[in-house]
Design a protein around this ligand. Structure first.
Ligand code: GH3
Ligand code: MG
Ligand code: MG
Length: 362
């Protein structure tokens, strides 16, 4: 088959993107690929500029930089497009309804005039023939009016249905924009939003809030040994295992790559540590098998850092502390949970840095 020039160019960009991704040592995930593809196709000038700048600094992108570029320049594109379409659909529906209402108003006026002239005719006419003619006219007009009303009703119910659908689509888009497509749990955007919500809830209710930062152990080796597709399956399995072991109010998200975060509202660090250990053992006892050959690929373990929120501290510090705990878990052997309570000095530092009182969220 002869290929069109467009297809050739697209293939060229795809190849450039893939080669460069591998050269830069980045996983060939769809998101990373989209970033590099957009870069070579120059379809998104802002992304191109931002990426050129990063490349001029380090010669290549880090995983985080690539994720950032995706989130900033590509992640929302689909959402924006859907929002624009939804807006247009709503506007078109409103225009339709207004037109129908206008037409109905004109017909109502006409109907009023007919009735008016009919009553005039009744007072003046005397012959039976004239009365019959006048009544026939009114009956015809009434029929037209009834049909017009029925049309209006149908149109309005179609519009209601259309608007309900549009609203449903918008809800779906919103949900998708906060969902990690691979694992189905919330994404980083979802987490950032939920984190702020959970913090204000904890502050308002003077309730404890604990954060678990979870990272799969030696996942790179797993990918290198069995390939990315099996790696992806493992990521799904990990997410599913975490979700199955959590309670309804707990919040889980994929923080990035092979890292997950869990917010445990109304949970002290001691209890959170127990939850984390349950998650860890529940995963460690699962044997990973190749789907087709049933070959056993061994077990997957996770390391977890846990920390409790201290009222009035900034969310970044809270997350960073969980990350430090996770780092310690990695440094001291992996497949373990490290709970990092605040030291009295840290509490003092938080108080000094942020003089506002708990409950003040201004
Ligand atoms: P550690 O125990 O220190 O965490 O080692 P690690 O190998 O898990 O950590 P490292 O940060 O070196 O590697 C993380 C790996 O996670 C690298 C990358 O290939 C893999 N990864 C990240 N995102 C995805 C993904 O979406 N799919 C797959 N299959 N792998 C991913
Ligand atoms: Mg990691
Ligand atoms: Mg890891």
């Amino acid at each position: 088959m002869v290929k069109g020039a467009e297809q050739h160019t697209a293939e060229k960009w795809a190849k450039q993107a893939l080669d460069r991704l591998m050269q830069d040592g980045l996983p060939t995930t769809p998101n990373n690929f989209s970033v590099y593809y957009s870069y070579y196709s120059e379809a998104n000038p802002n992304l191109k500029m931002a990426m050129d700048l990063l490349l001029s600094q380090h010669g290549k992108l880090s995983r985080e930089e690539c994720e950032d570029l995706y989130r900033t320049h590509l992640g929302l594109t689909a959402e924006h497009k859907m929002l624009r379409d939804a807006n247009a659909a709503i506007e078109a529906e409103i225009t339709n309804v207004l037109a129908v209402i206008d037409a109905a108003a004109t017909d109502t006026n006409k109907f009023g005039e007919t009735l008016h002239s009919f009553s005039g005719e009744l007072t003046t006419s005397i012959s039976l023939g004239q009365i019959r003619e006048a009544v026939t006219k009114v009956v015809t007009e009434t029929r037209v009016m009834t049909q017009q009303n029925e049309r209006l009703q149908t149109q309005l119910s179609q519009t209601t249905q259309q608007l309900t659908e549009t609203r449903y689509n918008l809800d779906q888009v919103h949900k998708e924009s906060e969902t990690d497509p691979l694992t189905g749990v919330g994404n980083r955007k979802f987490f950032d939003k939920e984190l702020l919500g959970a913090i204000s809830e904890a502050v308002d209710n003077k309730a404890p809030l604990t954060l678990l930062m979870i990272d799969i152990d030696h996942f790179k080796k797993f990918n290198d040994t069995y390939g990315h597709l099996i790696g992806d399956q493992v990521l799904r399995l990990v997410a599913r295992t975490l979700v199955e072991n959590l309670k309804g109010r707990d919040i889980i998200a994929r923080f990035g790559g092979e890292e997950f975060v869990i917010l445990l509202p109304h949970t002290r660090i001691g209890d959170a540590e127990k939850v984390a250990n349950q998650l860890r053992t529940s995963l460690a006892t699962k044997q990973i098998k190749r789907r087709n050959t049933k070959e056993t690929l061994g077990a997957i373990t996770i390391s977890v850092g846990a920390t409790e929120y201290y009222p009035t501290e900034e969310s970044d510090g809270f997350v960073a502390r969980a990350d430090e705990a996770l780092y310690k878990a990695k440094q001291t052997g992996r497949n373990k949970v490290i709970a990092e309570p605040l030291t009295p000095e840290q509490i003092e530092a938080i108080k000094t840095a942020l003089p506002r009182s708990a409950g003040d969220d201004s």
